[in-house]
Design a protein around this ligand. Structure first.
Ligand SMILES: O=C(O)Cc1cc(O)ccc1O
Ligand SMILES: [Fe+2]
Length: 430
C-alpha cells in the first residue's frame, strides 16, 4: 500500500481529507466547516515551555466523548510499572525469541506482554519494555493508552496502524511513535507479527541534543513521517479498549473513532526508517559510548540522565586502529533492555537472537561473550562493515523489574552467564 506522509519531527502539520475542512485563522469557530466538531488533544500541560509544548486540533464527525459506559477488561500480561515485591537478583538476564502461542489468535493489544518495567505511570516516570505477538488484525476494535506513549519496534511482519490522525505502515527496520491518548488499531498484513514496544510513562520522546556534533546527523528531523488526515466512511460501532492507570477497560462506541476529517498541530503519530540514521563513530581509536547512537530520548528531571533513551546499533563501518572494537566490559548507572530486529549483535554473536531480549540492570557487569572477545582480540583491524544487523536498547535511569511472565513463562536463557564463564585470567609477566 502506498501511503502519503508529512515530514518533520513535531512539525506544525496541517492536513485535510476534505479540502476546506480546516478552519482558517482560528481553532474553534462558532461552527466549524462542514459542521465538524473541533476537539483538542494535548500531549503536554498547557503551560509546558513552547519548545516542548505538543497539541493537535482535530475536526471530527463526532467528538470522542460520545461513548458507552466502560466495563473492566482483563489483560494480565500487560502490566504497568516496576513490581517492587519482586526479589530481583543482580544478574544479567536474557530471553530466547518469545514464541507465538500455538493455535492462539491474538491481536496487537491482547498479544502485548510486559517483559520488564520500572517507574510508575501515575507519577509519569519510567517505562515498560514489552513484546507483542499479533496473529490477527484489529477490525472494529480500537485501543487508547492513557498511561504513556508507545514506541513500536517491529521485528517480524509489517504493521498497518490506523490512528485518529491517519494511517502509517511500519515495517521491520522502521519504528513508530504513538502519542499517549491517541486512538489507534493495528492490522497485520503479513500474518504472525512480532516486535518490541517501549511504553513511556514519562516525558515524550524527542530528538536528542547534538552538542558538538552540530546541526545535522543521527536521526534527522525531516525523516520522521506523520500521516495525512484520513477517516472511515461508515457508522459501524467499535469496541474501544482503554488502558488507564495500569488497568484495562472497554466501551462500545457509537460509530468509528476514526472520524477525523482534518487536523493541525504538532502532536502526531510518526514513523521513522532507521536506515536514515546517520551513524557517527570513531575514526581514530577506542569504542565510543553508545549515546552517539541515540535516536530519541525521554528526559527525566536530571539533565543528561534519561527516563529512557532509544538507541540503535545499525549497520556501520568499524575502522578504529589498535582498538578492541566491540563494546567494552562495563557496568553502568543506567539500566539496559536490549532487543534484536535482525542479524547478529557484535558483542553476542551466539545466544542473542532476533525476537529475543536481554537485560543488564544498573551496575550489573556485562560485555562481549567469550567468542566475541576472542575474535575481536585477534582480529586483523582492517576496515570492517558490520552489516545486516539491527539491535536496539531501551536505556533507563530506573532499574527494570522483570514481570512474572518474563521470569516464569517466557523462554528465559538459564545459561546466559555461561557465555562469559570461559574468560580466563591471561595475565602474564614475562
Ligand atoms: O551492553 C551493550 O551491549 C550495549 C552497549 C553497547 C556499547 O557499544 C557500549 C555500551 C553498551 O552498554
Ligand atoms: Fe551495556
Amino acid at each position: 500500500m502506498s501511503l502519503t506522509y508529512l515530514s518533520g519531527f513535531g512539525n506544525e502539520y496541517a492536513t485535510e481529507a476534505v479540502p476546506g475542512a480546516l478552519p482558517q485563522g482560528r481553532n474553534s469557530p462558532q461552527r466549524a466547516p462542514f459542521d465538524l466538531y473541533p476537539e483538542l488533544i494535548s500531549g503536554t500541560a498547557f503551560t509546558a515551555p513552547r519548545h516542548e509544548n505538543r497539541r493537535t486540533w482535530m475536526y471530527r464527525r463526532r467528538p470522542s466523548v460520545v461513548a458507552g459506559r466502560y466495563e473492566s477488561y482483563t489483560h494480565p500480561l500487560w502490566t504497568t510499572g516496576g513490581d517492587r515485591e519482586t526479589a530481583l537478583a543482580p544478574e544479567p538476564m536474557r530471553w530466547h525469541p518469545i514464541p507465538f502461542e500455538p493455535n492462539s489468535e491474538t491481536d496487537f493489544v491482547d498479544g502485548m506482554r510486559t517483559l520488564a518495567a520500572n517507574g510508575d505511570a501515575d507519577a509519569q516516570c519510567g517505562v515498560g519494555s514489552l513484546v507483542y505477538l499479533a496473529t490477527k488484525s484489529m477490525d472494529k476494535r480500537a485501543f487508547v493508552n492513557a498511561d504513556g506513549e508507545l514506541l513500536v519496534v517491529p521485528q517480524q511482519g509489517r504493521l498497518l496502524i490506523t490512528t485518529e490522525l491517519g494511517v502509517l505502515e511500519v515495517a521491520p527496520g522502521e519504528i513508530a511513535v504513538l502519542p499517549r491518548g491517541l486512538v489507534f488499531k493495528v492490522a497485520v498484513p503479513d500474518g504472525p507479527s512480532r516486535g518490541y514496544v517501549c511504553e513511556n510513562y514519562g516525558a515524550q520522546f524527542r530528538l536528542p541534543d547534538l552538542g558538538p556534533i552540530g546541526s545535522n546527523g543521527l536521526a534527522n528531523a525531516r525523516d520522521f513521517l506523520a500521516p495525512v488526515a484520513a477517516y472511515e466512511d461508515h457508522s459501524a460501532p467499535y469496541e474501544l479498549v482503554k488502558k488507564f492507570g495500569g488497568r484495562f477497560w472497554r466501551a462500545p462506541t457509537k460509530g468509528t473513532p476514526f472520524n477525523v476529517v482534518a487536523w493541525h498541530g504538532n502532536l502526531s503519530p510518526m514513523k521513522y526508517d532507521t536506515t536514515h540514521f546517520m551513524t557517527i563513530g570513531s575514526i581514530s581509536f577506542d569504542h565510543p559510548d553508545p549515546s552517539i547512537l541515540t535516536v530519541l530520548t525521554s528526559p527525566s528531571d536530571t539533565p543528561g540522565t534519561a527516563n529512557c533513551d532509544f538507541v540503535i546499533f545499525p549497520p556501520r563501518w568499524l575502522v578504529m586502529e589498535d582498538t578492541f572494537r566491540p563494546p567494552w566490559y562495563h557496568r553502568n548507572l543506567m539500566s539496559e533492555f536490549m532487543g534484536l530486529v535482525y542479524g547478529e549483535y557484535d558483542a553476542k554473536p551466539g545466544g542473542f537472537k532476533p525476537g529475543g531480549a536481554s537485560l543488564h540492570n544498573a551496575m550489573v557487569p556485562h560485555g562481549p561473550d567469550e567468542e566475541a572477545f576472542d575474535k575481536a582480540s585477534h582480529a586483523d583491524l582492517k576496515p570492517q562493515k558490520l552489516d545486516n544487523t539491527l539491535a536496539f536498547m531501551f536505556e533507563s535511569r530506573y532499574r527494570f523489574i522483570p514481570t512474572s511472565f518474563a521470569l516464569n513463562k517466557a523462554p528465559l536463557d538459564h545459561d546466559y552467564a555461561n557465555c562469559w564463564a570461559g574468560l580466563k585470567d591471561q595475565f602474564k609477566v614475562s
